[in-house]
Each structure stands twice: as C-alpha cells, then as structure tokens.
Write a protein that binds this ligand. Structure first.
Ligand code: GAP
Length: 455
C-alpha cells in the first residue's frame, strides 16, 4: 500500500479545500494555516463532539469564553513571563536556529532531551557530533532561553508598562474565573470549567504542517477538586481522553500514553496522549495534576482569596486542579491522516476519506443520474435535506467521477436521483465505505442518515 506522507496530506488538503497555507498569495507566513470550507467543518464538528462529551455529558461542567488578552500579572503568576521558553542554539555555519532538546530527541528517537539540563544538552550534542538538520555540520552556539509568548502593546505608548501578551494557553482564563463560575453556578467540588479557544506561541521550530503552529486552538478542561481526590480524577481523565479519541475514530493501536518522567516542580503527575503520525509519535493531549499551585499563585499575585468554602464542613481551602488539554489542530491532523485510504477496485483505484460520519464535512450528497432529466427533482430533495444536515449537490461529470469526488472528501452517503425517484418516489443511497447501495423511500432518507451520523 502507498505510504501516506506529510506532503501527500498537505496536497489533498489544498486540493479539496480542507486546509490552505496562511497568506498564500504572499508566499505564506511560516507555521500558519487557514482552514478551508471542508477543514472548518471538521474542526467545528470536533469542537461540538468535545462539548458534548465534556460539558454536556459530564455533571458539574461549565463552559467559558474568556478574553485572549489578560492582565500581564496573570502571566507573571502563572510562571510564563519567567519560564515559558525554549532552549535555542544557532548553527554557526548556516545560521539556522534549532531547539537543542529537539536535536537530541530526533537523533536518539526518544525523548531523553526533555530531561537534560543546558550543560547536559550541549555535551550530548558535541559528544555525539549531532549534525545541523540543514547543513549537516556540528558547530552550534551555546544555548539561550527564548520566551515563546507573543507581546503586544495596549494604548498609544509602547513601553514596558503597556505590554500585554497573547495568551499562550487557555487555562489561565479558567483559573482566574474559578470563583466567578463556582459562585454563579453554585457548584460544589469537584466541578469543571472547559474552554475552547485560540492560543499563541512564537514557535521557531519547523511545524510539520498544522502540528506545530504559532496560532492554534486548544480545548482545555480544568477540574477543581479537594486534595486527596486529585489522583483518582487524574487517572479518570487520562482514560476519558483516550476514549474520546477512539470515539472520534482513531484506532487504539495508534494511540499511546507518554507519562512524564521530569515534572515541573509543582506538578504531581503529567501524561500525554500521543498519536502515531507518519513523522512519528506526537502529543495531541496532556493531562496534568497541577496541585493547588495555580490558584495559590493567583491568590498571591492578585491579593484576592481563591479559597473554596465547603458548605458541609465550613472548611476553607485552595482546590487542586486536574487539567486535561486537547490540541484541536493536532486532533484535526490525526483525524485527516487516519481517514485517508487508497483502495484498489476491480478496474480502478479510489481515494477515500473514511471520517467518522459525525466529522464528515458533508453528511450526504445528492446526484441526479442524468442532469437533463433528474436535476429538478434532485434539487428539490437537496433543498429539503439541507435543512437537516450539510448536504452537497453535484450534477457535473459522469456519475462515477462524482462518486469518486464525494469519496475523496469523505461524504458518507450519496443519494442518486433517477427515473425510479420520479416514477416511484424512491432513491438509492450508496454507503461510502462498503460502496453498497440500498433503496429508500423519500420520506425515509432523513431518519436513515440521522441515525448514522450521531456521536
Ligand atoms: N494548559 C496546558 C497546556 O497548554 P501544552 O501541552 O503546552 O499544555 C496543550 O499544550 C496542547 O496544545 C498540546 O497537547 C497540543 O495538542 C497543543 N499545542 C501545544 N503547542 C502547540 C502548537 N505550537 N501548535 C499546535 N498545537 C499545539
């Protein structure tokens, strides 16, 4: 079977309108991508699926839509101003810039670079003569830390006092609103705040398409709990996350946990879920037991108490937080890779995107068999189905070519309108995956499809 490469998926995304290079007509802006008509539908479907599983189906869960720009003190309290940086080195020969930990991890094929100090990284790179990926020489500068936050200024004067940051994660929006949500929703611990939104990081390393971008979306879920119940919730959300990905159609053998050996000093446990991309295993989710560090820091920096008062015991304490964060763009990328399939047919081949029907950009397509005779009836049916779900209409080209196009964009059901429709009120529905066709009455179509596109 043909190996699916990154280049191939980038081309498919461009050809069919899933994802385009950002600012393409200006030769693009590195590590930015624009979701086209089909890509945005998949992205929105994943957000809806996440909302359903995390906010709707979990008791005591609330959604938030916080500002991207927050008070600069938030980022001092969170530790991002002081410590959100990458260890960078420049190649003295070709002047390209690299992350020292990535050079090591790519060389060893594991993640040992993550747990090394600066000195250890420099030594390891020298001892092993690790080459620059661009020019092949091993002649690097020392490591220096580079802060990943994007800065901008508010107001007319650009000075240190006017600096604000584009948020590098959603989480702090949930943390600073912890008491607002708790009081207005009158919730008892444990309760959760989820948020879907943009985050920005000044990433300098090459991105692997949408895997690492400078602007991306996260679906973050923070569970506030009492110390003692934290570790059980942590384990629960690790599993819940994996199940969520499997429900989206990602196979278990392409998902794995990666427990962190080196933890930030306040964290009790951290684990990523990784997906097996063509370029190797890559993190798509992280679950973290953050203890009561974040709220303690916000209490200290804001001067506002961040305590929860237990209504049963009157006990006051700062809750622990278990975070489970999902990279939306990386989830879309995993879904795209996983869906692609090239199949040999009897006298032909077909490319098909086998999306979970809930994620497919169009749920069905209406095709008149012969434009001249069947398009009027087909248009009538299309206009009716469009009221229920995203429906595509195509009357140009041979019926075979139109099937192929719907396969290539992953439309799970294709409805053909022919003489039988006009004379007997029946249609044929072709299933994308099995290519089998069945006959249905017109008034059975909506129910048939709705039952098969649920999440
Ligand atoms: N609040 C915790 C947090 O932000 P993170 O591991 O830095 O944790 C969470 O990010 C998720 O966001 C990652 O698992 C990944 O899926 C996604 N992510 C992080 N950086 C990204 C980038 N530069 N481009 C695309 N997605 C990214």
């Amino acid at each position: 079977m043909e190996k699916l490469t990154m280049e191939k998926i980038v081309n498919i995304c461009k050809q069919y309108g899933f994802i385009f290079q950002g600012s393409e007509i200006y030769d693009g802006l590195a590590n930015t991508w624009d979701y086209g008509p089909l890509g945005s539908r998949i992205k929105n479907a994943i957000k809806d699926a996440w909302r359903k599983r995390f906010i709707q189906e979990n008791d005591n869960s609330y959604e938030l839509d916080a500002s991207i720009l927050m008070h600069p003190r938030v980022w001092e309290a969170s530790g991002h101003v002081g410590g959100f940086s990458d260890p960078l080195m420049d190649c003295k020969e070709c002047k390209t810039r690299h992350r020292a930990d990535n050079l090591i991890n790519d060389f060893t094929g594991d993640s040992r670079g993550d747990s090394m100090s600066h000195e250890e990284m420099v030594k390891f790179i020298k001892d092993n003569n690790i080459p620059c990926p661009k020019c092949g020489k091993c002649n690097f500068t020392d490591i220096r830390e580079f802060n990943l936050m994007f800065e901008t200024h508010r107001g007319v004067i650009k000075d240190d006092k006017s600096i604000v940051y584009l948020r590098p994660e959603n989480a702090q929006g949930e943390y600073v609103n912890f008491l607002n949500v708790q009081r207005t929703m009158r919730c008892k611990l444990p309760f959760s705040i989820g948020q879907i939104g943009k985050a920005f990081r000044n990433e300098i390393t090459p991105g692997n398409f949408t895997f690492r971008t400078i602007e991306f979306e996260q679906m973050e879920y923070q569970t506030f709990c009492k110390e003692g119940s934290d570790q059980e919730l942590y384990e629960y959300f690790k599993e819940y996350g994996k199940k969520f990905y499997m429900d989206l159609g990602l196979p278990e053998e392409k998902l794995r946990y990666h427990d962190h050996e080196k933890l930030v000093f306040y964290a009790k446990a951290a684990c990523d879920i990784e997906y097996l991309f063509p370029f190797g295993w890559g993190e798509i989710n992280g679950t973290h037991n953050r203890t009561n560090y974040d709220l303690t820091r916000h209490q200290e920096y804001s001067g506002e108490r961040q305590e929860y008062i237990d209504p049963d015991t009157n006990e006051k304490f700062i809750p622990y937080i278990v975070e489970s964060t999902y990279g939306l763009d990386r989830t879309v990328l995993a879904v795209l890779f996983n869906a692609y399939c090239k199949e040999e047919l009897e006298n032909d081949t077909r490319e098909v995107m086998r999306f979970h029907p809930y994620l497919a950009p169009y749920k069905c397509a209406v095709l008149p068999l012969v434009k001249k005779y069947h398009s009027e009836k087909a248009m009538e049916i299309y206009e009716e189905l469009n009221k229920h779900f995203m429906t595509s209409y195509d009357e140009t080209g041979s019926i075979g070519k139109r099937y192929r196009r719907q396969d290539a964009i992953g439309t799970p059901f294709v409805i053909t309108i022919d003489d039988e429709t006009i004379n007997n009120g029946t249609v044929t529905i072709r299933d994308r995956d099995t290519m089998k066709q069945i006959t249905l009455k017109l008034d059975e179509i909506v129910k048939y499809i709705e039952e098969r596109i649920k999440f």
